[in-house]
Design a protein around this ligand. Structure first.
Ligand code: F6P
Length: 320
């Protein structure tokens, strides 16, 4: 392949820029041409496509967000959208596409693959909810941002002897809550992948209070219920001086961690390797610290992401 394109799609994630840089620079290093597509699939369909040269991806490795911009574009699920997208790619003489994004973005890459256009997916989302990889780009930065917030909230929780319900993003996945919760010494972590009993949650808070514990921190994944609703249900079991803090989009921004930048650089470079060899229809991952490429159709149709639930048990054993 001589000419490829790259796009970022869905929710932005810290490290996407490092991945765009790696794709661009590695392709140029290999003597290929690279095009950047603005605003994800929306830009693809609209033909918002520009050539990328070495300086175009300079000074971005440290930046959050995505220099190619992003969009949620459900229209790409339609036949019309996909055919228009392929028409634009052909118009620019593009032979292969790198898609950096989450679940929805992968489904776009899957659709292109099924229509015979070689696409390679790079997992980029703070949610860490993509099958075929242990980690996604942006997850490490997101959990460190949440951790910073937890540490700060702990100060005020202790000072006022309060219970804090800290709601974090993750869509339907509990990975962010789990990892940040264990790292932040949370009293309880509430995630969609594990049942919980509000009476038991209240019991744990009360036991801590009886031992003289001043703060209580509950990390709630947004996929379970809103923090305000959780607080209302908790109130039935007593007055715990609860406050709700919704971290929201703060968790999506910021400069990527070293880990995310390295992961993104590896993924971006590997995607070019695959396309250079004419291989498409793949999604890249890191499993047990090894780079892997798997069939995107099979991965999306047969595999499901599961968070590391041993962290849930670990937290109950050591955080009370
Ligand atoms: O997928 C990333 C994510 O930040 C989720 O954690 C969250 O549920 C969703 O995107 C929010 O989407 P939007 O920014 O479109 O409101």
């Amino acid at each position: 392949m001589k000419r490829i394109a790259v796009l970022t799609s869905g929710g932005d994630a810290p490290g996407m820029n490092a991945a765009v840089r790696a794709v661009t620079r590695r392709a140029i290093y290999e003597g290929m041409e690279v095009y950047g597509i603005n605003y994800g699939y929306a830009g693809l369909v609209a033909g918002d496509i520009r050539k990328l040269d070495v300086p175009d991806v300079g000074d971005i490795i440290q930046r959050g967000g995505t220099c190619l911009y992003s969009a949620r574009y459900p229209e790409f699920a339609t036949e019309e959208g996909q055919l228009k997208g392929i028409e634009q790619l052909k118009k620019f003489g593009i032979e292969g596409l790198v898609v950096i994004g989450g679940d929805g973005s992968y489904h776009g890459a899957l659709a292109l693959t099924k229509r015979g256009f070689p696409a390679v997916g790079i997992p980029g989302t703070i949610d860490n909810d993509i099958p075929g990889t242990d980690y996604t780009i942006g997850f490490d930065t997101a959990i460190n941002t949440v951790l910073d917030a937890i540490d700060r909230i702990r100060d005020t929780a202790t000072s006022h002897v309060r219970t804090f319900i800290i709601e974090v993003m993750g869509r339907d996945a509990g990975d962010i809550a789990l990892w940040a919760g264990v790292a932040g010494g949370a009293d309880d972590i509430i995630i969609p992948e594990h049942d919980f009993d509000m009476e038991q949650v209240a019991k744990r808070i009360r036991a801590g209070r009886d031992r003289g514990k001043k703060h209580c921190l509950i990390i709630l994944a947004e996929g379970v219920m809103p923090g305000s609703e959780f607080a209302k249900q908790l109130e039935v079991y007593g007055d715990f001086h609860a406050r709700v803090s919704v971290l929201g989009h703060i968790v999506r921004g910021g400069s990527p961690t070293a880990r995310d930048r390295v992961l993104a650089s590896k993924f971006g470079s590997y995607a070019v390797d695959l396309l250079k060899e004419g291989k498409g229809g793949l999604c890249i991952g890191s499993l047990n610290n090894q780079l892997v490429a798997a069939d995107i159709v099979e991965t999306l149709e047969t595999k499901k992401h599961q968070p590391d639930l041993s962290l849930y048990d670990l937290n109950h054993q050591i955080s009370f």
